[in-house]
Design a protein around this ligand. Structure first.
Ligand SMILES: CNc1nc2c(CCNCC3CCCC3)c3nc(N)[nH]c(=O)c3cc2[nH]1
Length: 372
């Protein structure tokens, strides 16, 4: 059996090249984790997600507890078997999604009660129940139950919210079922306040967890404030353990956050925008709804080897989108996931060769390339 372990292989400035060893396989970092909210990466077969280079997916406590139910998934053999993905799965703890999706939410020290956004049934989510659900799912990496502090928040509001999350982190650890090769990550909170981020990091250090995430960002603060916060909060987390920035982000967010020491990312952007005709390319983003593509027989991205870019033209993709064809959403999702994996692979190679600064310069030059 494999014990959960992070290997730091190289550094270039604050950027890190690493490897996470888990019970379900190895993850090369920096890594982008596609989101599989309802036990599927929307529109993709898992083998094709793996083909893009993804080594780990995200699942979600909130969605799966509502439908089909964590106990049902456990009876059916767990989430890996259920969705036919045998590599690592990281599940979020549910608190963030309750606040962004559920109705009639009530937060107390005990946890959150809410009504399902699907059928209005009442639910109760506590650190203990979140741990039980993630255990039933068979998650490789379990996230502590936390509250994502809204932005903006006063320092007092951020302090109270963070302190509750730290009490919930302790309860999460006490309820977490230890298994070799599996891990519980703590979530750092504290909004944009350096002293609160430090207090949160010190509380998490007492729990001696195998990995951590930076929570409470990508909540509307904007890229500059996010980067300014990362400039001081990432180094507060142990350097010998993985650091995961939750909910991030667009390509330039990933480049900037890797350069600030982040190892893991998740974001719905590549999949959600793929379903909305938006494509990320080495030359910037474009929207295939735009009529300018209707006679363009060039590939979407001439530096990409995904099926959308090697087998079809922009004109065809435009046609599929205008016609509302399912294949349009499938091909653009596939491409965006491939582009994100290419970007991460490019950064891993750049860090290994000590040329991350040059990589970032070339990336930005390409994005402003124009005439795409
Ligand atoms: C988009 N920005 C953002 N997302 C955040 C998320 C969610 C990350 N993505 C989860 C997946 C999405 C659907 C299935 C799981 C956050 N999650 C937690 N627990 N805490 C945060 O502070 C937290 C903060 C976040 N900020």
């Amino acid at each position: 059996m494999t014990e959960f372990r992070y290997e730091l292989l190289a550094q270039d400035g604050k950027a890190r090249l690493g490897r996470i060893h888990t019970a379900h396989g190895v993850i090369d970092t920096p890594t982008f984790m596609p989101v599989g909210t309802a036990a599927t990466v929307k529109g993709m077969l898992p083998e094709n997600v793996a083909d893009t280079g993804a080594q780990i997916l995200l699942g979600n406590t909130y969605h799966l507890m509502l439908r089909p139910g964590a106990e049902r998934i456990a009876r059916l053999g767990g989430l890996h078997k259920f969705m036919n993905w045998d590599k690592p799965i990281l599940t979020d703890s549910g608190g963030y999604q309750v606040m962004s999706l559920a109705k009639l939410r009530k937060i107390t020290e005990e946890g959150v009660t809410f009504k399902s956004h699907i059928d209005g049934r009442k639910f109760n989510l506590t650190p203990e129940r979140s741990m039980e659900i993630q255990h039933l799912l068979g998650s490789t990496i379990t996230m502590a139950f936390d509250e994502c502090t809204p932005f903006p928040a006063t320092e007092k509001q951020a302090a109270e919210s963070m302190r509750m999350s730290m009490r919930w982190a302790k309860r999460s650890k006490d309820a977490f079922v230890e298994r070799e090769g599996y891990a519980l990550y703590g979530i750092q909170q504290g909004s944009v306040f350096e002293n609160l981020r430090r207090e949160s990091s010190e509380k998490l250090a007492e729990l001696d967890l195998p990995g951590h995430s930076v929570g409470g960002l990508a909540v509307g603060e904007g890229q500059q404030i996010m980067f300014d916060t990362l400039d001081f909060c990432v180094d507060m987390l142990p350097a010998n353990k993985p650091r995961y920035l939750m909910g991030v982000g667009k390509p330039s967010d990933l480049v900037g956050a890797v350069m600030r020491g982040i190892d893991q990312f998740d974001c719905v952007l590549p999949t959600r925008s793929g379903r909305n005709a938006q494509a990320f390319t080495h030359r910037g983003t474009l929207n295939l709804k735009n009529g300018r593509h209707r006679d363009d027989d060039r590939p979407l991205d001439d530096q990409c080897n995904c099926p959308a870019c090697t087998k079809y033209s922009r004109a065809y993709l435009h046609h599929l989108i205008k016609a509302g064809e399912i294949l349009g959403a499938v091909l653009l999702t596939w491409h965006n996931l491939a582009y994100y994996q290419d970007l991460m692979r490019g950064m891993r190679e750049a860090i290994a060769e000590g040329r991350m600064e040059a990589f970032a310069r070339d990336f930005h030059a390409g994005q402003e390339g124009g005439d795409i």
